[in-house]
Design a protein around this ligand. Sequence first.
Ligand code: PEP
Length: 259
Amino acid sequence: MSRKPLIAGNWKMNNTIGEAVVLAQEISNEFEPDWAETVDVAVCPPFVDLKPVKTVFEFDRTKIAVGAQNVYWEPSGAYTGEISVAMLKEIGCGYCIVGHSERRTLFGETNEDVNLKVKALLGEERDAIDPIICVGESLAVRDEGSYLEFVEAEVNAALAGVSEDEAAHVVIAYEPIWAIGTGRTATPEQAQEVCAHIRATVSALYGDDIAEGVRILYGGSMNEGNADLLMAQPDIDGGLIGGASLAAGSFIGVVKAAL
Ligand code: PEP
């Protein structure tokens, strides 16, 4: 089965509304309309920038989706500082990053939290917020050699209680923590080994048909110089891009590598 690649930019805590609108406009200006037939593209800005960035793309009729970087699983209530699935839906988000390693390590997000967020995104009556579930090992786990088991456990935990129908909408991003923001990219072979193992893990849960359709991204210092070799790997279906998504030229360079 051929999977449509997805390039998603994770802006992290960067860009005020004014800066976000400028960057979105620059990306929109460089994005050729027919690219959307070959590659899905999304940018994931901070919550406050979602609506303004969405408005830029809508005004230009640019087929780039917006995604959130986080969500809370309860539908509403006394959860100061949190954002619900319904709030993201109203903005028109197509994706939501879940379980990014920065949230796991800096904000104590657990596998159980990740699973609740994934189920909240998928379990609502579906109108398309696909979770981008981040998994990946630390350098210590890689050096110790148990990285495949570690990533497999994260995937299994994130998908606990997710039905076959729901699983078809999931995107999984393999992001080795040692490669995020470090300039040290996994080699295509290292990334492929883990992405193939993630697909096998999904297959064990839901069967080959679902596993062959699920998009698995690589993330970790991906840029316009290394994206094509990474995406040439059979189980890498695109990228989650941090640093290189913060300038239109480098982000568009990665998008072009997926065409
Ligand atoms: C990320 O944080 O999701 C990421 C991949 O960052 P970078 O590309 O900067 O390594």
